[in-house]
Design a protein around this ligand. Sequence first.
Ligand code: SAM
Length: 340
Amino acid sequence: MIQQPAPKTPTFPLTDNLGRVINYVRLAVTDRCNLNCRYCRPKGPCSEPRRELLSYEELGRLTGLLVGMGIDKVRITGGEPLVRHGMLDFFRRLRAIQGLRQLALTTNATLLAPHLATLRELQLSGLNISLDTLKAERFAAITGQNLFAAVFEVIEEAIAAGIPVKINAVVQEDINTDELLDLARLAENRPIQVRFIEPMPFDGGSNFIAGTWNLARLEQHFRNHLPELTETPQVGSTARIFQPSGFTGSIGLIGGYSRCFCATCNKIRITPQGMLKTCLYDDGVLDLKEVLRTGATDGEIADLVRACLGRRHADGFAAASRRQQDGMAGSCASMATIGG
Ligand code: SAM
């Protein structure tokens, strides 16, 4: 259902109703994935009927339009982006968009190896790789695939190729919390950032329990066990970044469930089926696929997007409570169908 433009329409640079500048879009290019991570898809491979994705043509048009409106950073995510055929050509196409400064990829890295050289040529500005454990058996238990060695190898290759790498580890109580320091120490002699993500209720609808490893506990844990941490102030970042003394790289803490970065949130999302989300916790605010396929002009689409930003929730708590009022509580989608 297409929403009508709200009266308060922000102007360039792209801002929302609270004056937050929006310059970052996360494009989820597929909801399919070759892993079944226990916190994302606990029920196993996606069994939903294949719903039509936005085509590369449509994704390219939307990206160009958003860049014209003030977006200068695009992250490709999913699902696993590299399972979609033609991804590298799509990267090339995005790279040609004038005004797009940063093009980044989030991947599980299982299919990355053959594409590293091309991504480097395309000056990928950031490569986020999911890795929750350094133990091969545990990797298989978390993801459903025995691919730890291959993933670790490609991480080392990406670092050696000079691509800026971040590792994303979802903190899973009693599953990998005994390894948090080992994971953090990957950054000791490597120029990478290892980020620890609070688990979020986007697991396809199982009974989510937040657990006790929240942002505060994580910070205390690292302060207790790593050499002196200095926090690097960030603007518009999801992560709080800390530099342990003597480390080449850094560590990041992402309070996705604490929702402590909403006041400076600079990003929007487009799901694989083309829903615009102005907050991870909202239920989608504009069906861009419908808008595109009913012949809207660029100007009309831009107005609709601005209108959605004109009524953006103040934070993830407000967005989640709206979902509850709409009777959507407990029906949280998998992160793979949103674009994490
Ligand atoms: N397939 C890619 C990957 O594995 O990086 C990209 C998509 S994945 C959904 C993006 C990120 O979301 C990953 O770092 C993953 O660990 C994280 N994620 C998935 N489900 C999550 C959840 N329930 N809570 C917190 N993070 C989650």
